[in-house]
Write a protein that binds this ligand. Structure first.
Ligand SMILES: O=c1[nH]c(=O)c2[nH]c(=O)[nH]c2[nH]1
Length: 366
């Protein structure tokens, strides 16, 4: 909240960032362990202007106390809970325990420890580190008003340029039981290409098109953009599409008392949303889905989330376009040494395209 101070607007907050805590819970028989590792950042909005203007710290909640509180509350949580619930629990504590504090902002990044399987059997107490991270931010007011945002960061996704039309049809045919008899000598793409003029091949193409309708076999392209004297990028319907998704979504629960009571509800929701994002990016396993641009894929992903989850009011996606550059090498003496044929790429991480957008329901406040 802005305050007038000696003719200026003044806003302040203070907190403790990056408090790391691990918590283990055990099943009733003690055999199965559950664990989380959280990185907690707390920011308190409070009436402590005197500390800035009069060297009077009497209204300050020490950031060291905030750090200790994370461990005390983790200890007190005897049942496993989600990062969202822990963030809300901390927010409720700071805003109710201290008269000076009117708002608490608690962010948590959960490290992706996943239960390991040994010989296909889930291990009782063994974990390995996964890749993308579950994030959350709870903003809790003294009145109990809540804003709850969850997200995922570091979700790296890539779809390769799809094979050409004949390769695609060969794959479709060889995976399709009732076409298999037409397809005895066409399991590999090269044998397919060498026999592509045969009657069988034409029948394959015919039946494949019949079954799958319009043959949308490319996975990603980028065409029809502005061309001018600065533009060198060729148009394409065949390219690698790689990104590292950062997504955040706002839940529609508006008070701490209205959140679902099921203890790991938000963990389940995190997995559900992530699945919808990933499935929408890739499309069905056999066919995939064409991406006309990162922008178009991003919007489809955002729409899928809002379409699927009634308790999510808005979603924000950041999807850098991580370029895989075609490799073409030629020498003065030998001419072309490597000619790009949708096969050899130079992976890069910078520069990268930066594409982000958010989508909200009309009644959303995000
Ligand atoms: O999907 C894309 N969107 C862009 O805005 C863009 N710009 C660019 O150079 N390549 C791409 N690809």
């Amino acid at each position: 909240m802005a305050k007038e101070l000696e003719g200026f607007n003044f806003e302040q907050r203070h907190g403790k960032a990056r408090v790391r805590v691990g918590r283990v819970w055990r099943s009733k028989d003690g055999c199965r362990h559950f664990m989380v590792e959280w990185n907690v950042s707390i920011s308190l909005l409070s009436n402590c202007v005197a500390a800035y203007v009069r060297d009077d710290n009497s209204d300050i909640v020490a950031t060291d106390t905030m750090k200790n509180t994370v461990y005390v509350k983790a200890k007190e949580c005897s049942e496993q809970l989600s990062a969202e619930e822990f963030a809300i629990l901390l927010g409720k504590h700071f805003t109710s325990f201290y008269p000076q504090v009117f708002t608490a902002i608690v962010k948590i990044v959960e490290k992706p420890w996943e239960r390991i399987s040994v010989n296909g059997q889930p291990h009782e107490h063994g974990f390995k580190l996964g890749s993308e991270k579950h994030t959350t931010e709870a903003i809790v007011q003294k009145s109990g008003v809540l804003q709850l945002i969850s997200g995922v960061e570091g979700l790296s996704l890539l779809k390769t340029t799809q094979m050409d039309l004949f390769g695609y049809i060969a794959k479709v045919s060889s995976n399709n039981k009732w076409l298999l008899h037409l397809n005895q000598e066409t399991h590999s793409r090269s044998s397919y290409l060498s026999s592509k003029k045969s009657l069988f091949s034409h029948l394959n193409i015919f039946f494949s098109l019949l079954i799958f309708g319009v043959c949308e076999y490319e996975q990603s392209g980028f065409e029809g953009f502005i061309r001018d004297k600065y533009t060198a990028l060729p148009e394409t319907r065949e390219r690698m599409l790689a990104t590292e998704v950062t997504a955040s979504w706002r839940y529609s629960y508006e008070s701490v008392s209205s959140i679902p009571q099921k203890s790991v509800y938000f963990n389940e929701q995190y997995l559900n949303v992530k699945k919808v994002l990933v499935d929408t990016f890739f499309g069905p396993p056999e066919r995939g889905v064409y991406s006309a641009s990162v922008q178009s894929t991003l919007l489809q992903m955002a729409k899928a989330v809002l379409g699927r989850f009634a308790d999510i009011s808005s979603v924000k996606l950041k999807m850098p376009n991580i370029h895989f550059l075609p490799v073409n090498i030629s020498s003065k003496d030998h001419g072309s040494i490597v000619k790009f044929d949708d096969d050899v790429y130079l992976p890069t991480d910078e520069p990268h395209g930066s594409i982000e957008a958010s989508l909200s329901r009309f009644w959303s406040k995000m």
